[in-house]
Write a protein that binds this ligand. Sequence first.
Ligand code: IPM
Ligand code: MG
Length: 385
Amino acid sequence: MAKYKIAWMPGDGIGVDVMDATRLVLDAMKFDAQYFPADIGWEFWCKEGNALPDRTIKILKETDCALFGAITSKPQDEAKSELAPELQGKGLSYFSPIVKLRQLFNLHTNLRPCKSYTGNPLNFRGTEVATGPDAKEQLVDLVVFRENTEGMYGGVEFFPLPKSVFDALCVNPKMKPFEAKGLENVALSTRIMTKQGCESICRQAFDYAKKHGRKRVSLIEKPNVLRETGGLMTRVFRNIAKEYPGIRADEANIDAICMWMFKNPQDYDVLVAENMFGDIVSDLCAGLIGGLGFASAANIGDKYAVFEPTHGSAPKYSGMNKVNPIACILSSKLMLDWLGESAAAQKLETAVARVIKERKVGTYDVGMKNTTTEVAKEIAKYASA
Ligand code: IPM
Ligand code: MG
């Protein structure tokens, strides 16, 4: 029997391409796993009215962890119009299966390391005005801790609002202008955060910093405007920071940090944020290390984890064997780490770094012409040597 049981969820679009490439690498490394293919994504929404079928949830429950490629998400109206004719008008509503997965399995922590590898022509070089046209690459090594189940993406939304909810909100005097617009004209998305959720994500960021010898943890919030939720997160962060005296703890507003990180990315180290702010800032961090083709992620709970590249399904490149597989391959490196296969994880990362540095092969995003498979094969060669 294989040592690990891995749920295998390519999803759709380029999810399939990058997962095939990742498998090629894991197999070359002789990673001792049995893979359990599981259905997820747009196709199953259209055909079955459910992008995350129950049979997939069952597979996840029976495996150690999962690797996931990408899925297409579309706004509600478009999603409904693409449903199979027999499913239309049945009141089905679409929601992102990855967001649902995170909630269902309480994958409370989204870990997103953003590290640049020497030689990547897409590495951030600062702004041209400040650094000139021959600017050297600025290597960044950031880790984002994104709260993954609460906040703005908690999914508690209404349109139209039930009257009882609308009336209850009207207790707050700030509702006056909305009340005047009329119940039928108001949509509501909530930002619900708990002390437990804030504590968990902040603690993990600090624990990680301590374990990996990192010097600084920065909270990304907006407590001057989001006074209650942002306020709670900030209080919790400050309290937990006291337990880690060797680590510099500081706070920045989401808007300001987007500017500062673009100016001085090497100043930052570990970042911690609520769900939506973490989503936003992790794409910014991905941009600093060469784009989404290099950004890996881990959705981690107490007992289960789902590993996925940060990028989406890019349907226009689907099946073309064209896109960069490195984000997905690095996500499988995070999986190896989580499983305790540290030596294999290290070896895989070293292989990726070497391929990036050598520039013998590369996909279109780094200005080269190799296929997804060719890049994976080159990484596999070094990772299995
Ligand atoms: C991500 C993605 C997802 C998210 C989408 C696809 C629902 O943007 O993982 O960052 O917002 O979490
Ligand atoms: Mg995102």
